[in-house]
Design a protein around this ligand. Structure first.
Ligand SMILES: Cc1cc2nc3c(=O)[nH]c(=O)nc-3n(C[C@H](O)[C@H](O)[C@H](O)COP(=O)(O)OP(=O)(O)OC[C@H]3O[C@@H](n4cnc5c(N)ncnc54)[C@H](O)[C@@H]3O)c2cc1C
Length: 570
């Protein structure tokens, strides 16, 4: 397959180190002689660090996919003196996606993981060079289609869609085989002794076969997560890796705090599902949610923040300090301060059969992935907020007709003006005001959609794709009554907490809660989950960053009080 990214950006992916840069690195690394054929990095192993070629040459080899087990490793890149190995996984300490082998004997300089982290944090010139190369190389491996991970699935299976999204949003390369359409599918099912009813099936590293695995099982098999944090007490535990959580991770880690961030699914949160964000400062031509999340995560990890995905916070324990959060089917993590950045989720309209068609014609995101599933067919978008507007404009871009259903009289109160103008100027979007979705029908997948104008009769349409963009509900169940919430379940913070509420919550510090601090000292909330927050990426990022200032203050206070749990709410 032609690797376009490689052609366009080869110079940035494979920059040659100058003699001055090499001299700086020489002081920090370990020189090693190499033999022809020696394996420096084995596929699936934790990377030892970065190898810089001093003499001879090194091959970067991609594995054969499970679908082509008979073929051998394929040469992706040949590195010569001045080149270096590594990609984002090298910095994160996750298993190598490629094999690195010496072709011509010579010498290398090994910069181990710890030294590498110091360099990217302290040497601005080398940091830019390494980080850009690492990010582009990860994208290059994904684009090349090389992976030993195979997903056998079906477009009509909600679990297949879940797994595709999980792998894609966690930037894991995989080979996708649709058992209904792919010519090789039958042979593969026979080779792995699976029936078509078993799909989705993931063939993992080393050939391990997983039938309809949970995201957590896939994450473990692929070694996506940094190793668990033993029984360490972190400075800051962040629940949720959306824009608020990632921003807090970048600022806190860059200011020297020990930070752990966990997410049920993947970095990026709601923003990660957006096809194009056009109102985020600094990106005049827009940026996809996936790209924004990928960059933010790389930045947080550069400063040493550790992310675990497919970990769901199930319970906050706030009656003991340090606090702890129990993960569903996972460990309990302890931390001196907590940031609640678990965001919100769009509501399900009250329509029968809705969950049956999730992923089979009903979607909560309008990214390229879902757009591919609709091909050129007409679609329905439900909702009148910004995410609905963006979805409608994005989906209309592929010449299909978009029916937008909103219950209100218009969009003015719920949508940004620039999007309203776009919708008005797009002839293949029809806005149905005062209209609501009433029925979804089909057998295996969605085949017919009905909607009803106010004071009218429901009408059925032969449409197979509905995008639900219908208002948010906060992810606060895991807080288990620890902190004060508003009537809609959002976390109240700072000046929004009245005297009475603080008294009821047993707030026992001489000061009032800081901005963004909840009714429990040292437990903060930022982004969409916070009561009264502006539901935008920039504001979530802003809140995540601001709260780090208060985390520092609280940690100082706790230390000055002799780390006494008595300063915490009873
Ligand atoms: C499709 C779409 C497009 C959008 N486009 C724009 C736009 O163009 N511009 C704009 O300004 N805003 C946009 N928004 C809104 C914006 O994305 C949100 O305001 C922003 O993402 C909120 O960030 P957050 O970090 O507070 O929460 P979220 O983005 O909701 O992230 C919360 C994270 O917490 C995780 N989580 C939840 N519960 C748990 C738990 N118990 N344990 C562990 N993890 C948990 C979730 O998996 C999620 O990743 C869009 C929203 C959507 C859905």
């Amino acid at each position: 397959m032609a690797n376009n990214l490689l052609e366009q950006r080869r110079a940035q992916m494979f920059p040659k180190l100058t003699s001055a840069q090499l001299a700086r690195l020489e002081r920090q690394g370990t020189r090693m002689q190499t033999r022809a054929g020696e394996i420096l990095v084995e596929l699936g192993d934790s990377p030892r660090g970065v190898f810089i070629v001093a003499a001879g040459s090194i091959e970067v080899l991609a594995p054969p996919t499970a679908a082509q087990a008979a073929s051998g490793y394929e040469l992706l890149y040949l590195l010569s003196p001045g080149d270096f190995t590594g990609e984002m996984g090298t910095l994160r300490g996750t298993p190598a996606l490629v094999r690195v082998r010496v072709r011509e004997a010579g010498a290398v300089l090994l910069i181990d993981a710890e030294q590498l982290r110091r360099i990217v944090q302290n040497d601005a010139e080398l940091s830019e060079l390494f980080m850009r190369a690492f990010i582009l190389r990860r994208m290059g491996v994904i684009e090349s289609g090389h992976s030993e991970v195979l997903l056998l699935g079906s477009d009509h299976s909600a679990d297949t869609l879940r797994l595709r999204e999980f792998l894609t949003r966690n930037a894991r390369p995989y080979v996708n085989i649709d058992v209904e359409h792919d010519a090789d599918a039958q042979a593969l099912l026979e080779r792995f002794h699976v029936q078509s009813e078993d799909v989705p099936v993931v063939i993992c590293r080393g050939g391990e076969l997983l039938k309809n695995p949970s995201n957590a099982v896939v994450a473990e098999c692929l070694g996506i997560n940094a190793p668990p944090a033993d029984d360490r007490v972190h400075d800051l535990l962040i629940i949720g890796a959306g824009p608020a959580g990632l921003a807090a991770a970048v600022y806190a880690a860059s200011e020297g705090l020990d930070v752990r961030i966990v997410d049920t699914f993947a970095p990026g949160g709601q923003a990660g599902t957006s096809s194009r964000i056009e109102n985020y400062l600094g990106f005049p031509t827009g940026i996809s949610g996936a790209a924004l999340a990928g960059r933010a995560l790389s930045q947080a990890q550069k400063f040493g923040a550790q992310l675990s995905v497919a970990w769901q916070a199930a319970r906050l324990k706030c009656d003991h300090w340090p606090y702890s959060v129990d993960m569903a089917d996972g460990p309990s993590i302890r931390s001196n301060a907590i940031l609640i950045a678990s965001g919100a989720q769009y509501r399900m309209p009250d329509v029968a059969n809705l969950s049956r068609f999730l992923g089979r014609g009903v979607y909560y995101a309008a990214t390229h992935l879902e757009a591919t599933l609709c091909a050129a067919e007409d679609v329905v978008v439900v909702g009148g907020g910004n995410s609905a507007g963006q979805a409608a404009v994005f989906l209309a871009g592929s010449r299909r007709h978009v029916h937008m259903l909103v219950r209100s009289d218009g969009l003015a109160e719920s949508m940004s003006q620039y999007l309203i103008r776009r919708i008005q100027d797009t002839p293949n979007i029809t806005l149905h005001t005062r209209t609501q979705l009433t029925a979804l029908e089909g057998s295996d997948r969605l085949e017919r959609v009905s909607w009803m104008p106010r004071n009218g009769e429901p009408v059925a349409h032969d449409l197979r794709h509905v995008f639900l963009m219908t208002g948010a509900q906060p992810h606060t169940r895991w807080l288990q009554g620890c902190v004060v919430l508003d009537d809609h379940g959002f976390v109240k913070t700072g000046p929004d907490l009245g005297k009475e509420q603080l008294a009821d919550a047993h707030w026992n510090l001489p000061r009032l809660p800081y901005l963004l601090e909840s009714s429990v000292p040292g437990v903060f909330a930022a982004g969409d989950v916070r009561a009264g927050s502006v539901k935008r990426i920039a504001s979530a990022v802003g809140e995540g960053s601001i709260c780090v200032q208060f985390v520092h203050r609280v940690l100082r206070e706790f230390a000055e009080a002799g780390n006494q749990p008595t300063i915490v709410a009873a």
